[in-house]
Design a protein around this ligand. Structure first.
Ligand code: NAD
Length: 308
């Protein structure tokens, strides 16, 4: 499997690192517009290979898409990240142009590629790729829910004082501070509902901490996070590479599912060799349905800022 990562910045390099360490891809190409930057990151990562025990070949290139030819999966991380106090939506002006140009260049050289969109505002960027490339919807996947769910599990484990491996939970909806819908009513600790252990108030706090998970880190770091985003992407790529049919909440183009049409937003999907193999429909509570509807309205508002 050949994987291209566009953007050798914080998130792109973390994606390349985790994909290599998991050792399921033969080749990872990292591309950046900044002269020599991707080459440097790739060389540094390759010098960890003997230490970390992987055989994946990582190469870096400056803006030459011919080197990405024949990629099975490409990850779009190019664009600006937010600074403290910014929302993801504020990035649309610069990132839309970058994401549109990058997806078109990728497809020129890899017509069969599966695209994973990471750049923010991610649901709108995924919608943009859908509208401008004409690719079948199974081959355009937005990464947000896998990360938000990992943050949800971290916060649940903290509240439960339990190991993270005892906890399961999922976040659907838009990848924004207000749009995320942590499914607290469905979350479990060793298959027992977490509401058996945590008060309604504590669960509401877990939800709130999850939704501002990215903003909390941006405030601490001065820029947005990269380890967990890279790990989330690498798990998704592994599910595709190994045809795992593994469930992740991902931003997918909806045609009636969850009562929504003509929008990309986070819903549970199965990832396998064809990308999105299936959109999984789960029964939501009335409160979750209302939150999902509100979340979709927020995503549509941002989509309205696109010039398609
Ligand atoms: N979806 C998510 O869950 C999630 C999580 C974290 C970050 N993000 C987003 O990912 C993006 C990248 O974040 P980061 O922290 O890695 O930023 P960064 O600034 O560290 O890296 C971005 C890289 O993109 C490169 N770039 C810019 N334009 C390019 C182009 N046209 N072609 C190729 N490369 C180009 C830059 O040179 C830079 O190296 C941001 O938009 C951020 O908001 C999304």
């Amino acid at each position: 499997m050949k994987v291209t990562v566009v953007g050798a910045g914080a998130v792109g390099a973390s994606c390349a690192e985790y994909i290599a360490i998991k050792n399921f891809a033969s080749e990872v190409v990292v591309l950046d517009i900044k002269e020599g930057f991707a080459e440097g990151k790739a060389m540094d990562l390759m010098q960890t290979a003997s230490l970390n025990g992987f055989d994946t070949k990582i190469t870096g290139i400056t803006n030459d898409y011919s080197k990405t030819a024949g990629s099975d999966v490409a990850i779009i991380t190019s664009g600006i990240p937010r600074k403290p106090g910014m929302t993801r939506e504020e990035l649309i002006g610069i990132n839309a142009g970058i994401v549109k140009a990058v997806s078109s260049s990728l497809l020129e050289h890899s017509p069969n590629v599966i695209l994973i969109v990471v750049s923010n505002p991610m649901d709108t960027m995924t919608y943009l790729v859908h509208k401008t490339t004409g690719l079948p919807k199974n081959r355009i996947i937005g990464m947000g829910g896998a990360l938000d769910s990992a943050r949800f599990k971290y916060r649940l484990a903290e509240a439960l004082e339990a190991p993270i491996s005892d906890v399961d939970g999922m976040v659907i909806g838009g990848h924004s501070d207000t749009g995320m819908v942590p499914l607290t009513a469905h979350a479990t600790r060793n298959s027992i509902k977490v509401s058996e252990f945590l008060s309604e108030e504590r669960l509401a706090q877990v939800s709130e901490d999850t939704k501002v998970g990215g903003a909390t880190l941006t405030k601490l770091l001065g820029t947005s996070a990269w380890y967990a985003p890279g790990a989330a992407v690498s798990s998704m790529v592994q599910a595709i590479a190994c045809d795992q049919k593994k469930m992740f909440p991902c931003s997918a183009f909806l045609e009636g599912e969850y009562g929504l049409n003509d929008i990309c937003i986070g819903v549970p999907v199965l990832l396998g060799k064809n990308g999105i193999e299936k959109i999984v429909k789960i029964e939501l509570t009335e409160a979750e349905k209302a939150k999902m509807k509100e979340s979709a309205e927020g995503v549509r508002k941002t989509n309205g800022l696109l010039t398609l």
